[in-house]
Design a protein around this ligand. Structure first.
Ligand SMILES: *Cc1c(COP(=O)(O)O)cnc(C)c1O
Length: 436
């Protein structure tokens, strides 16, 4: 079962010998003869897994088996070691749940179609990132601000593989063959965006790769592959799960040979997602587009109102004159990718044609107000994480000591946007009242 060689150069990494190799064909036609490439993401999310539906149930059943019976007919028995390499299991032929399960194969079929390349699901976002670091094994990794947990994952690779870390704006000459640029966009915790194509060109000019953590902009907001990315990662815990009730990570690769190596690695790393989580995630993907477009539009509406007040506009949609005054008393700055488009950044409209994401940040005039504000709200839970149907706010210093203490991160859910704005305003009002 253990690989003879796990060298990256070896495209046919030997793995479990479990299965016959079948090219996954998510993007083409499904069993019902649907050409998924002509369908919108909302339809794809409901039908990409149709060919893997082995029962008459309309809603997918929960499968919890860890092991699966071999064919009864002895003539159909195909011993593991008699199969051609490389080993990628047919998503309908289940042997053992560290390789595939009914629910995780359905999840991967949908994600492959939505992300436009074959996708693998992991036990968490960080384990997906870790899998990428392990398979690429870059000598140098260029990375900027972003999710603090992934910087710790890189620390692990510095320890194990001696990789060096460079800033995101390093000179192209500092990168070499097989190195990696890791870009998170929009970035945690501010929600500001970076130019994917620019960094893809920089990586490729040196024979390096670009991986994009696209957690803050799931489909249909952003397709990093279209902007030149080689790998796309999502913390599926956030928008793909969408209901704050499951942990998973997603990794998608442009090049089929990388996908196969990742598949092989996952089998021996064992960082797979569970059947129950996969079932929850399939349930969630059915409404991905509905949720994301609504949450993103609501975030932009709130950002515009608060930013409009800060910019001294005499009238702001949804705000009374006294509200404008209150916002200016306590808020210092609002950050979100939607505000970047005002600088006529054409690349951003191209990169995020369907909205700028449901997360934004607020900087308060006073640190103490950032600490107090979440407790004044009724509709936002004060909690870490993001991406659920319920709106969250976090005094970000609670879990990330790399950010300033005056920063609040908001993750907008599917509540009525006027209610969400009114709650923020009444919270600001309470803060002001306490000052007099
Ligand atoms: C949450 C998050 C991660 C880590 O994902 P987990 O599922 O918690 O392991 C990575 N990147 C971003 C941008 C995140 O928000």
């Amino acid at each position: 079962m253990s690989p003879k060689s796990n060298k990256v150069e070896n495209a046919s990494v030997e793995t479990s010998r479990h299965a016959r190799y079948v090219e996954p064909s998510y993007e083409t036609t499904n069993a019902a003869g649907l050409d998924l490439s002509c369908l919108g993401p909302a339809t794809v999310a409901l039908h990409a897994d149709d060919p893997l539906n082995v029962v008459a149930d309309v809603a997918p059943p929960i499968h919890v088996a860890t092991t699966f019976r071999y064919p009864h007919d002895p003539a159909q028995l195909r011993p593991l070691y008699d199969r051609p390499e490389p080993y990628v299991l047919d998503p309908t032929e289940h042997v053992y749940s560290r390789a595939t399960t009914h629910n995780s194969s359905r999840l991967e079929a949908i994600l492959g179609a939505l992300l436009h390349n074959d996708s693998l699901v992991y036990s968490s976002g960080l384990s997906a990132g870790h899998a990428l670091m392990t398979v690429v094994n870059p000598g140098k990794i260029s990375i900027g601000a972003g999710y603090h947990g992934f910087h710790a994952t890189i620390g692990l690779h510095q320890r194990l593989a001696g990789s060096t870390v460079l800033p995101l704006d390093c000179k192209p000459e500092e990168l070499g063959e097989g190195d990696l640029i890791w870009l998170e966009t929009p970035v945690n915790p501010t929600g500001l965006a970076f130019n994917i194509q620019h960094l893809a060109d920089k990586a490729h000019s040196r024979g390096a790769y670009l991986a994009v953590d696209s957690t803050f902009a799931p489909p249909p907001l952003q397709d990093p592959f279209e902007q030149g990315a080689d790998f796309v990662m999502h913390s599926g815990t956030k928008y793909i799960g969408g209901h704050s009730d499951l942990l998973c990570g997603v990794l998608s690769a442009k090049d089929k040979s990388w996908y196969k190596r990742l598949y092989s690695d996952r089998l021996v790393m064992g960082n797979v997602v569970g059947g129950l989580e996969s079932w929850l995630a399939v349930r969630s993907l059915r409404t991905l587009e509905l949720r994301i477009t609504r949450e993103s539009a609501s975030a932009q509406h709130l950002v515009q109102a608060l930013h409009g007040a800060l910019m001294g506009q005499a009238t702001v949609k949804g705000l009374a004159a006294c509200d404008i005054h209150i916002v200016r008393r306590v808020v210092k700055e609002v950050q979100h990718a939607s505000l970047q488009t005002q600088d006529r950044q054409d690349w951003l409209d191209k990169q995020m044609p369907n909205g700028f994401g449901p997360v934004f940040s607020i900087t308060m005039q006073e640190e103490e107000d950032a600490r107090k504000f979440p407790s004044k709200l009724q509709l936002y839970h004060h909690a870490t994480s993001l991406g659920g149907v319920e709106s969250l706010i976090e005094w970000r210093y609670m879990t990330d000591n790399t950010v300033d203490k005056d920063l609040l991160r908001l993750s907008i859910g599917v509540e009525n946007v006027n209610d969400l704005l009114a709650d923020l305003l009444q919270g600001f009002r309470q803060l002001v009242k306490e000052k007099v």
